[in-house]
Design a protein around this ligand. Structure first.
Ligand code: C2O
Ligand code: CU
Length: 479
């Protein structure tokens, strides 16, 4: 594999990744990427801003954390298009946005509602919308073969059958997902249900989505993207599209619905005052019981449902949500109001989780290099394997190197059984139902999975988006 770097006259550094497979294709896509990024730049007129993120202890001007608007997915019109947004500090940035919001609007629905989303594309390249974690029919899954062309539209329609959880939506076009996500296209999708409601978890202003990612800005303050086969790493953290964010909090328990929305970066979360998180859920919803935990590492596509207890902290206290991997201050909590609200950290059973058992067959998937699964680069028109409907299977994911590989499966949630090699253990945030699991160098991870909602075509892939775009993805068919 040869990597060639070029500077284009629009001022964006592009890397072209060439492999023996599909070199022309990637070059063409990379070129389209330059075109879309430049369109954004022309629309901008922003002000230069320094790169780099606030380190703990550094005085920075903090911007109020943006909270995307909450909308219902029933009869909703969604458009992806270039937009100019304020990421904080009064500076405007060109991004790609859903309905002008960065991140996109938060969908919220109850189990057994249905979604009917009329999508239109104002992009200059093809796109799709994938509802990550949502178990939907193939026709609504945003598969790259269902590409929406520039100016085109697509009706995403699906019943919401699964339990309460935090999912998200983002583009999934053939070989161009990384750029579209990095330039801004992502949003949250929250499902509620009766089991969750009975727990009286913090809600309203006390339930806050946190979409955490890294980003790169150009000299004019616009988001930029440079494809890099080892994975795109930005130099600036953003939470809900806000630089150096601050959230004023009451002396209460908060529920944070956290998504790792980066292309390739892992975050290791901790609180600066040494207080633990109470982990109550992950990708597929609530855990069986809450877990008190000081540090949590999560990777692109994974979600966390966290309670943080600010009760008993004096007004004026500042607590930082830190990323221990990079040393970044992700978000400052500023205790500003003394209140006394009812509510407690739940101690008993949160949810009943029926374990999957007795797999009928074992399938092994080797995440090879940066662009292959079981030796093969993704081919949109090739069905790599078929899975009988309703059958419990053991899937074994393994890799020798080039990690992190966050492995994501469409069409069902799975239960993680074991990890050997590498870190060698399972972590509390890997309990319950998952759809994305982190594979580090030398690791083998086993999961149990059963596809019992729909028959049809689904994807399994590495959620490091540059690996996905280079072909670390497989098609399978539930039959
Ligand atoms: Cu979050 Cu196949 O994607
Ligand atoms: Cu990977």
């Amino acid at each position: 594999m040869r990597i060639k770097q070029e500077k284009r006259n629009i001022g964006i550094t592009q890397q072209e990744t060439e492999s023996t497979h599909g070199a022309t294709h990637i070059s063409r896509r990379t070129f389209l990427r330059a075109a879309i990024a430049s369109a954004g730049m022309l629309a901008a007129g922003g002000i230069p801003m320094p790169a780099g993120a606030a380190k703990p202890g550094t005085a920075v001007t903090r911007n109020p954390l943006k909270i995307p608007p909450v909308v219902s997915p029933s009869n909703y019109a969604l458009q992806a298009a270039p937009a100019t947004v304020d990421v904080g500090g009064g500076k405007l940035s060109s991004v790609l946005a859903y309905n002008g919001f960065f991140p996109g609007p938060t969908f919220r629905a109850n189990r057994n509602d249905s979604a009917s989303i009329a999508f239109t594309s104002g992009l200059t390249e093809e796109t799709t919308v994938h509802w990550h974690g949502m178990i939907v029919p193939t026709s609504a899954d945003g598969h790259p073969r269902d590409a929406v062309m520039p100016g085109g539209s697509y009706a995403y329609q699906f019943p919401i059958l699964q339990r309460a959880c935090l999912n998200w939506y983002h583009p999934h076009p053939h070989m161009m997902t990384g750029g579209q996500v990095a330039l801004g296209l992502a949003g949250a999708f929250i499902i509620n249900d009766a089991e969750e409601a009975a727990l009286s978890l913090p809600s309203g202003a006390y339930e806050v989505p946190l979409i955490i990612r890294d980003a790169k800005f150009d000299k004019s303050g616009n988001l930029t993207y440079t494809a890099k086969s080892s994975g795109f790493l930005g130099d600036t953290p953003l939470v809900n599209g806000t630089r150096d964010p601050r959230l004023d909090v009451d002396t209460a328990i908060y529920r944070f619905r956290v998504l790792c929305g980066s292309n390739a970066r892992l975050f290791k979360l901790a609180l600066s005052n040494g207080a633990p998180f109470t982990l109550i859920g992950n990708d597929g919803g609530l855990l069986e019981t809450a877990v008190t935990i000081g540090q949590i590492e999560f990777s692109p596509g994974e979600r966390l449902d966290l309670l943080v207890d600010f009760r008993g902290l004096p007004v004026g206290t500042k607590v930082i949500l830190q990323d221990l991997n990079s040393g970044w201050s992700l978000l400052e909590f500023n205790v500003t109001r003394q209140v006394s609200v009812a509510g407690a950290i739940p101690t008993g059973t949160l949810s009943a989780i029926t374990p999957l058992t007795s797999p009928v067959i074992t399938r092994e998937f080797s995440f090879d290099g940066m662009s292959r699964i079981n030796g093969k680069v993704y081919d949109m028109n090739r069905i790599d394997f078929q899975v009988p409907f309703g059958q419990t299977e053991l899937w074994r994911f393994k890799t020798g190197g080039n990690a992190p590989h966050p492995v994501h499966v469409h069409g069902a949630s799975f239960q993680v059984q074991s990890r050997s090699g590498g870190r060698g253990v399972l972590f509390p945030w890997e309990r319950g139902w998952k759809d994305t699991v982190l594979l580090q160098d030398g690791e083998t991870v086993e999961v149990l999975v059963r596809f019992d909602a729909y028959r049809g075509l689904y994807l399994m892939h590495c959620h490091k988006l540059e690996h996905e775009d280079m072909g670390m993805m497989a098609n399978f068919e539930v039959v």
